[in-house]
Design a binder for this molecule. Structure first.
Ligand code: PLP
Length: 368
């Protein structure tokens, strides 16, 4: 059996809608992007959604739109995908990491205030693996210190904390749509915000700094080409039409894994905070100390099972080490990162496939 780590869920509707765009003669800047943005804004419960060509470009625009610049400090997490910190470096600001909560794996909110100083401009929390972070507490801290908040919700479309949707409270939040995400546009992302000015700046900067209602060759500010095409947006619209079904399917796959793995010695199933409604991005188990994670992964891979050590801490990536970060800086992150394995996870993963993954995992554990 060959089971990939992730797989998109593309139906005839997605194909039809993309083909419709192809034969419409409007391949960029058209109604599909508008429709996709409308659906995202409604779903998240925010005023504005601005579609872009990746989660990374969305984060970059959010950083710029909130005025983060050279020398500013932004408090964030080292346990994430590297783009959540790189977007700070793009503007020559400094990521200031705080360690994580050992259960939720999200940024430890109680450590934020200790890192605030006169250079601090913003907080950039991440909803890791689709587990919504307590944004209300973060917004309270931000308000007290006059800071901006960018929520990297790239992995968390549809997640909730205490009934509040991920992406709905921050000054700006970003979702991403690479094919391993809950919904995909092949490549793509979206910025969401309730702030009219932030929305206006993001719309302008994603399209070469043009005024929103201006002339094609007029450029008010430094901008980029971060636009999402109509083809990508069509894919996104078709996926958003069945977002609830998609989130349910993912919950069912996670339930099947949880049921089979909860009593397996050496394995910790994902912890979910009681106030969180997960939007499952990946299914990440943790191995108990002393088990050779690499051996387990090698065995799974040799049996055709896709798996990955989500995440390698950002501060230990080679070019972050060059900035002075080193092993030992964030002990919880580092300890967790040595034990994690993402198992195959996607909407249409079958019970039979899950049984096979679990069987091979148990065999691997008996040898590691
Ligand atoms: C936490 C996080 N931030 C940012 C990104 C960047 O998104 P993209 O790959 O669409 O640029 C991703 C997705 O890969 C992510 O998981």
């Amino acid at each position: 059996m060959k089971i990939p780590l992730s797989q998109p869920d593309i139906t005839k509707r997605e194909v039809d809608l993309v083909l419709k765009v192809l034969s419409s003669n409007i391949l960029s800047i058209g109604p599909m992007v508008e429709e996709f943005e409308k659906r995202i804004a409604e779903f998240v419960g925010v005023k504005h959604a601005i579609a872009v060509n990746s989660g990374t470009s969305g984060l970059h625009l959010a950083v710029r739109a909130l005025g983060i610049k050279d020398g500013d400090e932004v408090i964030t997490t080292p346990f994430s995908f590297v783009a959540s910190s790189n977007c700070i470096l793009f503007e020559r600001a400094k990521p200031v990491f705080v360690d994580i909560d050992p259960d939720t794996l999200n940024m430890d909110i109680s450590q934020i205030e200790g890192k605030i100083n006169s250079k601090t401009k913003a907080i950039l929390p991440v909803d890791v693996f689709g587990q919504a972070i307590d944004m209300k507490s973060i917004m309270d801290i931000a308000e007290r210190y006059g800071l901006k908040v960018i929520e990297d919700a790239c992995e968390a479309l549809g997640a909730e904390y205490d009934g509040q949707k991920a992406g709905s409270l921050a000054h700006a939040a970003v979702f991403a749509f690479y094919p391993n995400k809950q919904i995909t546009t092949a490549e793509g992302g979206v910025i969401v915000t309730n702030d009219d000015e932030v929305a206006k700046l993001c719309r302008s900067m994603r399209s070469q700094g043009r005024p929103i209602t201006g002339l094609w060759l007029e450029h008010e500010r430094l901008g980029y080409n971060y636009r999402m095409s109509e083809l990508h947006a069509a894919l996104g619209v078709a996926q958003m039409e069945r977002i609830e079904e998609i989130l349910d399917k993912r919950q069912k796959v996670a339930d099947m894994y949880n049921e089979r793995l909860k009593n397996v010695a050496g394995v910790k199933v994902p912890y979910i905070h009681p106030k969180v409604k997960m939007s499952w991005f990946v299914y990440v188990i943790r191995l108990e100390r002393g088990i050779d994670r690499n051996k387990v992964m090698e065995y799974l891979l040799s049996n055709g099972i896709g798996c990955r050590p989500y995440f390698t801490p950002i501060h230990l990536q080679p070019f972050y080490r060059e900035m002075g970060y080193k092993e030992g800086d964030f002990p919880v992150t580092e300890a967790v990162a040595k034990t994690t394995i993402a198992l195959p996870f996607y909407n249409n993963l079958t019970e039979e496939e899950i049984d096979y993954v679990v069987e091979k995992l148990k065999e691997a554990l008996s040898m590691a």
